[in-house]
Design a protein around this ligand. Sequence first.
Ligand code: FES
Length: 100
Amino acid sequence: MLQQNESPYIAHVFVCTNDRGGERKSCADNDSQLVKEQLKKAVDGKGWKGKVRVSTSGCMGVCAQGANVMIYPQKLWFSEVSPDDVEAIASAIERIMEKI
Ligand code: FES
């Protein structure tokens, strides 16, 4: 039976890892799988487990600007993300966590 619940997470980070295999641009072209793994490590390292969730996402519809990472419910959206940007995204999550 359908249940509607409030999200248990303060911030839910979605990383698009869709891979079109070079057919046309996709988030995987910017090593988004590595971005996701590094963000997960950052979240674990900060002790945010259970409060911040990093999840794999399918295509978000803006592939040409990939890799794409979005954070809800804060409605933050990062585009043209590469593994070099993980620290900046972790800082954004830190600012969210400081506000609670
Ligand atoms: S492949 Fe990531 S937004 Fe489409």
